[in-house]
Write a protein that binds this ligand. Structure first.
Ligand code: NAP
Length: 284
């Protein structure tokens, strides 16, 4: 039976460290500040933004929320980003995804000052990650690396299989595992013989966004299984990509959903905001 990786406990520790760093920065006259922009009224996005705001409050990070109507124009959004780029009490800018149809998300991300890009989605930061010389890591893959570290799970020399190649999860995940000397295979919707490949994974990360997708027969006995998926099952209940009950019997470690990767994502956002504040005040 696999050990359940407790993302809530690990994220609580990260938040505690963040709170300490915030206190020490405040003593030096710097209060880390995060601006969160949300456009339209997607209910899930509202919940995420609210959680981020609460997490900021709990760790002493100053936060501002910009809730814009769904008919906001591209120019209005870009103007706001430009203002925030120059706002001295704001060190991190986050634009909640997805934006309503008609708004160009890529252009908005590219408009954020790379030093304030706490999601690490800007092409500059993506490039820095690629060459292994970075200040910010995208929050979800960074959170996963933190979980592996917390459980003393070494990556070096391991076969790592990542399902998914999105810019926010799959690709950076593969890169971080590679930086830690894993041998990485990235799978996607055109991958042939998926189960054959996933069964080779000592570490299997699933970010396909499909419930009950990874079943026990796709998992190497003793593998570490990281479930990034946040899906709704037939009954509307939150679930991951992994068929938890079956895979738990085969894996050595497994992340539950909820309570695994999810809590780490916000914790790493807070960490990135502190890094951004240090970076902009020459304190790194
Ligand atoms: P995405 O952009 O939709 O990417 C999904 C990836 O899975 C794509 O690369 C896709 O391949 C691949 N895929 C889809 N069906 C597949 C199949 N049958 N076989 C193999 N690969 C397949 O999603 P995302 O933004 O990366 O997010 C993935 C999941 O993680 C979602 O459930 C999302 O909600 C969740 N998520 C969770 C957190 C968290 O904090 N826990 C954060 C971010 C995302 P193609 O490229 O070929 O289409």
């Amino acid at each position: 039976m696999a050990v359940r990786i407790d993302g809530k406990a690990v994220s609580a520790k990260v938040r505690e460290q963040v709170a300490q760093e915030v206190a020490s920065l405040k003593a030096q006259g710097v209060c880390p500040g995060l601006a969160v922009i949300i456009v339209g009224d997607d209910p899930a996005s509202k919940i995420y933004v609210n959680n981020k705001k609460k997490a900021c409050q709990a760790t002493g990070i100053y936060s501002e929320e910009y809730a814009l109507p769904g008919d906001t124009s591209q120019k209005e959004l870009l103007d706001l980003v430009a203002d925030l780029n120059h706002k001295e009490d704001i060190h991190g800018i986050l634009v909640q995804s997805p934006l309503p149809k008609g708004l160009d998300e890529k252009a908005v991300v590219e408009a954020i000052d790379p030093q304030k890009d706490v999601d690490a989605f800007h092409a500059y930061n993506v490039g820095k990650i690629m060459i292994g010389d970075y200040h910010f890591l995208p929050c979800t893959p960074a959170g996963i690396m933190e979980l592996l570290k917390a459980y003393d799970i070494a990556v070096e020399g391991k076969q790592c299989v990542v399902i998914g190649r999105s810019n926010i999860v799959g690709k950076p995940m593969a890169m971080l595992l590679l930086h830690q000397n894993g041998t990485v295979t990235v799978c996607h919707s055109r991958t042939k013989n998926l189960a054959e490949i996933t069964r080779q994974g000592d570490i299997l990360v699933s970010a396909a966004g499909k419930s009950h997708f990874v079943t026990a027969d796709m998992v190497k006995p003793g593998a570490v299984v990281i479930d990034v998926g946040m899906n709704r099952d037939e009954n509307g209940k939150l679930c991951g990509d992994v068929d938890f009950d079956g895979v738990e019997l085969v894996a050595s470690y497994i992340t539950p959903v909820p309570g695994g990767v999810g809590p780490m994502t916000i914790a790493m956002l807070l960490k990135n905001t502190v890094t951004a504040a240090k970076l902009q005040n020459d304190l790194l």
